[in-house]
Design a protein around this ligand. Structure first.
Ligand code: ATP
Ligand code: MG
Length: 320
């Protein structure tokens, strides 16, 4: 009998670079969005991913969902390589919940039909089975059945996000990738949606990858947290350990930023000055050194090794 469980999500040295065309006279730029990322999420776990805008969170989500192919490395979901699966099989295993779920949808599609889409796309469900599952899912996410006949514009932001969750879960996937699922919502509605996601995870035995720039939200929902900086995970630990014993100077700056929240600001002010990180121009050595409050000269030339910790590790030359 094997004692090792297959991770729900496993990444090995995953990299993704985008080539962006330069201007009329400009050279093409290579944007390193994800750079050598490795981690494993156990079944039933919630990995929170945090980091500033542009650090590669959504690219990571799209890679795991199979919407983008990595340039290097491997991604497996429940032990199967995501690139080897066809679309339908992938949809049965892993589903997304995005921030703005209906921006790409026809505004004249009724809620019932939106939730039915993944079932319809499989091509194997009868009309009666589709109707039954859609009703069941709408009720599970707390939407009265009559909502099914409405149009997206007739719903509140919170109700629309419930519809997005119903659509993501209607095929009974094992894994859900949530990319800023509550960032567009009022704080009180955010809490309701987070509680709903937690309840569904327990009841349905789901595994989540949960992306947010809001550390308070991540502390609330995640079992483990990965901190991303310019495409790399610079620290990863169980949630309690990360919040109580942050080691990377960037993690410390991020945590300090939530202690002084500025209402109305969508993104954390990390208080690290005006040197903005540029994924088209990754600094040598430790990529955080230009903004690091404790950097030493060797941080500009030496690549930080991974210092292993229970449930993850930290990449900093100055951490023993
Ligand atoms: N399709 C694309 N083509 C070119 N560049 C891209 C593409 N997608 C993302 N990028 C670039 O890759 C980097 C990472 O982007 P990504 O959307 O993953 O960041 P993010 O962490 O999700 O940011 P945010 O918090 O603002 O959502 C950015 O510099 C972005 O401009
Ligand atoms: Mg994003």
């Amino acid at each position: 009998m094997s004692t090792t469980t297959t991770p729900a999500i496993e990444l090995r040295s995953v990299g993704k670079t985008f080539r962006v065309a330069g201007g009329v006279l400009g050279k093409d730029r290579r944007v390193v969005a994800v750079d050598g990322v490795s981690f494993a999420v156990p079944p039933g776990g919630v990995l929170g991913v945090v980091g500033e805008s542009g650090c590669g969170k959504s690219t990571l989500a799209r890679l795991i969902l199979g919407l983008l192919e990595p340039d290097s490395g491997d991604i497996a979901v429940e032990g199967q390589r995501i690139v080897d699966m066809d679309r339908k099989a992938r949809a049965r295993l892993i589903q997304p919940v995005f921030q703005d779920p209906f921006s790409s949808l026809n505004p004249l599609t009724r809620i019932r039909d939106i939730v039915a889409m993944p079932l319809q796309a499989q091509g194997t469900f009868s009309r009666a089975e589709i109707a039954r599952r859609v009703d069941e899912m709408l009720s599970r996410v707390g939407l009265p059945g009559e909502m099914g006949n409405r149009l997206p514009a007739e719903l509140s932001g919170g109700q629309r996000q419930r519809v997005a969750i119903a659509r993501a879960l209607v095929l009974r996937p094992r894994i859900v990738v949530c990319d800023e699922p509550t960032s567009a919502l009022d704080v009180s509605v955010q809490a309701q949606i987070l509680n709903l996601l937690a309840e569904l995870r327990r009841d349905l035995g789901l595994t989540y990858l949960f992306i947010s720039h809001n550390l308070a939200v991540v502390e609330h929902v995640a079992s483990e947290v990965a901190v991303m900086y310019l495409g790399r995970i610079v620290e990863k630990k169980p949630t309690q350990a990360l919040f109580h014993d942050p080691e990377h100077p960037y993690t410390k700056a991020l945590l300090a930023s939530v202690l002084t929240p500025e209402p109305g600001l969508g993104v954390p002010d990390v208080g690290l000055g005006d040197v903005m990180p540029d994924p088209a121009n990754i600094p040598p050595g430790c990529r955080f050194h230009p903004r690091c409050p404790i950097a030493e000269p060797r941080c500009a030339t030496e690549t930080p090794p991974l210092r292993p910790r229970p449930g993850g590790g930290v990449e900093c030359l100055l951490v023993p």
